[in-house]
Design a protein around this ligand. Structure first.
Ligand code: HEC
Ligand code: HEC
Length: 315
């Protein structure tokens, strides 16, 4: 073979290999990650999932209620989209059954991304970058199922279990957390009653409970009842995970409590803020009578739940 032919053949083969590698190395999770951070999925191409689920705040948001398309205010606080593998129901009222079902809802929601799914799919189909990536991952053009599957696959990678609390509890490192935090964990499990609703790997029982933030007046989000129609679900909301909770202020479905100190004060005496609440859980009737020291200890414990590799997820 002539030299020139050999060079050409090598270059050509390298090109084929490179294009094969670049196609086959993109995973479903990576595609989902690109979509999660891409405003292409919003009507005016300004809002991505990450505009509200901000990586630096454990994929939650700092505003009390979410701000979406054209500055529209939603009625609820943006929860963290991390540590959801063990969840069965999504949203504060649990109206979505799985991560795939959940993923397409914010795209169409008029106060979030406000883009009909059909239009979102047209955009992705017209976009040669995404078209190629969907072909590489799913062997088909972008459609509802593949869009939902990619976003959900990315969300499933957002598990965190590397907090100082984990090092103390599961890796037996006695020095990983302070004595204050250890006392706080003890209180969490005893006098403060927290463990009755927040337990398991992510400190959520995945139940719907009413901690007293519904009174039909200024607190008027009726929660789970809208999904089930059952009277006992009035004012009930999904018990959130407490992983990385120090990063996800403000707190509760309506973002009404600005800091973790406020959360502890609230639980210490729910009647103060929630005196006229309706259907409040029986665990939330009597004041806990925590001392200042005990409140501080609980706070130290909650602060120990932040994943140390956290910033690795930031993009
Ligand atoms: C405008 C802000 C905003 C945008 C954009 C947004 N979300 Fe959300 N997200 C929220 C709010 C607010 C909730 C809670 C709504 C509710 O409970 O009714 C939520 C809830 C969720 C949940 C449920 C978490 C749980 O604990 O049940 C997941 C998962 C999620 N969003 C993923 C996404 C994905 C994926 C996208 C992009 C396709 C996205 N979000 C775009 C604000 C936003
Ligand atoms: C009766 C069950 C129950 C008990 C007891 C309970 N929680 Fe909760 N917790 C919930 C529910 C449900 C929510 C969400 C409520 C809402 O938004 O209306 C919540 C929300 C929270 C939040 C806000 C998280 C976020 O992302 O907004 C924190 C922090 C918290 N709880 C910590 C605690 C601590 C600390 C204790 C003990 C002092 C405790 N909880 C006791 C059920 C409970």
């Amino acid at each position: 073979m002539k030299k020139i032919t050999i060079v050409f053949t090598i270059v050509f083969l390298a090109f084929i290999v490179a294009s094969f590698v670049s196609k086959s190395t993109i995973t479903k999770e990576e595609l989902g990650q690109q979509l999660f951070f891409d405003p292409i999925l919003s009507r005016d191409s300004t809002i991505s999932c990450a505009s509200c689920h901000k990586p630096e705040f454990a994929f939650a948001d700092t505003s009390a209620v979410s701000i979406g398309h054209g500055g529209a205010r939603g009625k609820r606080n943006t929860p963290s989209s991390m540590n959801l593998i063990l969840h069965e129901n999504f949203f504060w009222d649990g109206r979505a059954k799985g991560l795939e079902e959940q993923a397409l809802i914010p795209i169409e929601n008029p106060v979030e991304m406000n883009l009909p799914i059909e239009e979102a799919l047209e955009r992705l189909n017209r976009n040669s970058k995404y078209n190629g990536r969907f072909k590489a991952v799913f062997n088909k053009r972008p459609d509802r199922a593949s869009l939902a599957a990619a976003l959900a696959a990315f969300e499933r990678t957002l598990e965190t279990s590397n907090s100082s609390f984990d090092e103390w509890k599961f890796s037996d490192d006695p020095a990983a957390i302070s004595d204050r935090a250890k006392r706080g964990f003890h209180l969490f499990n005893t006098k403060a009653n927290c463990v009755k609703c927040h337990f398991g790997a992510d400190l959520t029982a995945n139940e719907f409970r009413n901690i007293g933030l519904f009174n039909g007046k200024n607190l008027n989000d009726s929660g789970r009842i809208v999904v089930t129609g059952k009277a006992e679900d009035l004012g009930r909301f999904k018990t959130p995970s407490l992983r990385n909770v120090a990063l996800t202020a403000p707190y509760m479905h309506n973002g009404i409590l600005p800091t973790l100190k406020d959360v502890i004060e609230f639980y210490n005496d729910p009647g103060k803020l929630a005196s006229q609440s309706i259907n409040r859980d029986s665990l939330m009737i009597k004041p806990l009578q925590l001392t200042e020291q005990e409140k501080d200890d609980l706070l130290a414990f909650l602060n120990s739940l932040t994943d140390k590799r956290f910033l690795v997820h930031n993009k």
